[in-house]
Ligand binder design. Structure first.
Ligand code: PLP
Length: 339
């Protein structure tokens, strides 16, 4: 049985291109690398989150909400996309952002954009983050007292509703990869709150594809990501009366390094190398770590020249602007002479 698609409100610029990365493939050896450019889903609304938010905002509007509430890290791409989607649709937005720093955070990258998008920002501690769902419910209750109707979007919009963004995206990619001759391409992507992986997996099963899926964790252990994906699938299966996918996803945690948001200078250097070989920006936390992981697996001989890998670029470019690349730029000899 094919469940009916939930309503969506168009926010993303779709379809995003699938591009062949010839210079990157030649430089790194091994497989033919392709890139699914979800960094081009928009400008303010760039990245994977907007695909999921199309379903959440449709539900929010249908519920008569005038306010959306969500949460994320200080440099959260999801929170930035939520703030700007709310601004476009004329809704209020409250963001709960995690920080362990007592000092006011620098207004840079996504954290600056959260403000420019007009969101109300509340900084929360790592301990409060552990109770983020309860906290968002409390904020919604306070908003109700003030006469507002709220729609709460979970971390990363990663639930059975947001997942649809990537189920449908998988159809979009399936139409594009028909041009790839030979073995089915591997889909390699950065995984964190699990919604992207859940949607890709559901989509692959729904379409009967044989494309292997690699979920490259950027912070969590493999079993934690797998559990998040399974719980999204279980929720979706229960709400839609459809079976959860029965497919194997390759969850990798060997590239998480020091954990979420902890980036080595080696990873930054690979990210900068990938940018110079593709003309595409990566962000250190997600896509930079995932592309560095791909390079490392290629170097270990995981893929041969008859393999194709689609690197699903999930966005995040604004966060790159909050990192310090000074050492990388200096090491590459790209320091401008003073005039
Ligand atoms: C740029 C980027 N890529 C990948 C991810 C991971 O997606 P998901 O949370 O759906 O696993 C995120 C999540 O925040 C992200 O911002």
């Amino acid at each position: 049985m094919t469940p009916q698609l939930p309503p969506r409100v168009p926010l993303a610029i779709l379809p995003t291109p699938l591009e062949r990365c010839e210079r990157l493939s030649a430089a790194w050896g091994g497989p033919q690398i392709w890139m699914k450019r979800d960094d081009l889903t928009g400008f303010e609304l760039s990245g994977n989150k907007v695909r999921k938010l199309e379903y959440h905002f449709a539900a929010a509007l249908a519920a008569g909400a005038d306010t959306v509430i969500t949460c994320g890290a200080l440099q959260s791409n999801h929170s930035r996309a939520t703030a700007f989607a709310a601004a476009r649709l004329g809704l209020r937005c409250v963001l709960l952002l995690r920080t362990s720093d007592d000092n006011p955070p620098p207004l840079a990258g996504n954290y600056l954009l959260h403000h420019l998008g007009g969101a109300e920002i509340r900084l929360i501690t790592p301990a409060q983050w552990e109770k983020r769902d309860e906290l968002m419910a409390e904020v919604a209750a306070d908003q109700a007292t003030a006469g507002h109707v709220s729609w709460v979007i979970p971390e990363g919009a990663s639930d059975a509703l947001g997942m649809w963004g990537f189920v449908v995206a998988m159809q979009e990619l399936a139409d594009q990869i028909v041009s790839i001759v030979g073995k089915p391409p591997v889909i390699w992507h950065a995984a964190s709150s699990g919604g992207t992986t859940a949607g890709i997996g559901w989509g692959v099963q729904r379409l009967g594809l044989e494309t292997p899926i690699v979920a490259c964790s950027i912070g969590d252990r493999s079993n934690e990501i797998a559990a998040k994906v399974q719980s999204i699938w279980d929720e979706a299966a229960a709400t839609m009366d459809a079976p959860a996918p029965d497919i194997a996803i390759d969850y990798l945690d060997r590239h998480i390094g020091g954990g979420y948001g902890v980036i080595t200078s080696g990873e930054l250097a690979i990210q900068a190398e990938a940018s110079a070989l593709t003309g595409v920006i990566f962000d250190p936390t997600y896509t930079g770590k995932a592309i560095a992981g791909l390079r490392s697996d290629i170097a270990a001989g995981r893929y041969g020249s008859d393999d194709h890998v689609v690197f699903w670029h999930t966005g995040g470019g604004f966060a790159a602007l909050s990192y310090d690349f000074t050492g990388i730029v200096a090491a590459a000899g790209r320091v401008a002479d003073s005039a």
